[in-house]
Design a protein around this ligand. Structure first.
Ligand code: F6R
Length: 360
């Protein structure tokens, strides 16, 4: 453990393991979020229905998680907000719907298929992309387009992918209430000091967690309606950055099935590392469940940690947790000796699918 922590404090090691500068990109997230908020405030208001029956965010992977966060931000609005990660949209989508199509590359076939379907069903559409086919189609069809800066891996463009839309929907009054978004860059900037490469490992929770996770399978437990998007994001960042398997679930659901699996043989459970993500807004009974479950499971697995978000708003706290997971996953990639940036298998699957023929 001590050797692993020492490696993460060695600037030469960090430079050598990060040929594509993923740490640099991650360090820029607070500025990205600030720029994204300003972008959202400046975009001319598009013609969109001001009171749709519901909003559906359609996207995949790094482009979909912003939808989960927008859903969280819309929490108090009495407006159903859904995230669809599929070729087809839910059957109720029709002329009363607003469909926000998010694809960083603009070329993800599932999202392009959802775009076409939303058009066929007469739904209002809003496209979010850095370019690609989605941008071309939106321009051709006169669909409002939020164009975001390109050149990043989609999962590194989190701020660009959801904050401008969120501000736009607030300005239009589609998501009433609003406010509170301005704390996001501040929360992230203060965390950056604590989690960044310059902070020594013994005082850096992200480095420490990466060292603890080395050789283990992360299992991340969030809670419905609060830390759920962070738990999913942690899992996908461990997959894509550290190239390791990782799993997630949420309270209270996991108390009704997953917990039973921890009666498995000791040698199996020793490979797992449990992470509990908690928030002050968790339901009081969920808090009780988290306490009980941690007490029950922690002694049976290879290790466990608990983290609580900080900040005035739920969205700020959840983004803070996401930032911690992002750093930990990049540090873990360094410890495993893998480059955090490329996602060769995802690229391979996209190419092979394209070779098999057009989806839409
Ligand atoms: C890669 C990543 C992926 C992509 C996904 C969809 O960094 O995070 O999960 O986000 O394959 O691609 P886009 O975002 O271009 O629609």
């Amino acid at each position: 453990m001590r050797e692993l922590l020492a490696l993460l404090d060695d600037p030469a090691f960090l430079r050598e393991r990060d040929p594509d500068g993923m740490l640099e990109t991650l360090l820029g997230l607070p500025e990205q979020c600030r720029e994204a908020l300003e972008h959202g405030a400046r975009i001319p208001l598009p013609e969109l229905p001001l009171s749709p029956a519901h909003v559906v965010f359609a996207g995949l992977g790094g482009s979909a998680v912003g939808g989960d966060l927008a859903r969280l931000a819309a929490g108090k609005a009495r407006l159903p907000v859904l995230v669809s990660r599929d070729y087809t949209l839910p059957p109720f989508v029709g002329p009363e719907s607003l469909v926000v199509l998010v694809s960083y590359s603009g070329n993800t076939e599932e999202t392009l298929s959802a775009y076409a379907e939303a058009g066929e069903r007469g739904a209002a559409r809003l496209a979010v992309t850095s370019g690609g086919r989605l941008a071309e189609l939106a321009v051709e069809d006169g669909v409002p387009l939020v164009r975001v800066p390109g050149g990043l891996p989609p999962r590194s463009a989190l701020g660009y992918l959801f904050l401008p839309v969120l501000v736009l929907l607030q300005r239009l009054g589609v998501f009433p209430g609003g406010g509170g978004l301005e704390e996001i860059p501040e929360v992230l900037a203060s965390l950056r000091e604590e989690l960044g490469p310059g902070k020594e490992a013994k005082l850096n929770p992200a480095k420490e967690l990466a060292a603890r996770l080395y050789g283990k399978i992360p299992v991340v437990f969030g809670a419905s309606g609060t830390t759920e998007p962070a738990a999913l994001r942690w899992k996908t960042q461990f997959n894509e950055n550290a190239k390791c398997p990782a799993y997630w679930n949420v309270f209270p659901e996991l108390n009704h099935n997953e917990v039973v699996g921890f009666e498995a043989p000791e040698e199996l459970l020793r490979a797992l590392y449990l992470v509990f993500l908690r928030d002050e807004a968790d339901h009081p009974r969920v808090k009780a469940r988290q306490e009980l479950t941690e007490r029950l499971l922690a002694p049976r697995v290879g290790g466990s940690s608990r983290f609580q978000g900080r900040g005035r708003t739920l969205l700020g706290r959840v983004l803070g947790l996401i930032y911690l997971g992002d750093f930990a996953s990049v540090y873990l990639a360094f410890l495993y000796g893998v480059n955090p940036k490329p996602v060769a298998v995802i690229d391979y699957l996209k190419q092979e699918l394209a070779r098999l023929g057009e989806a839409v």
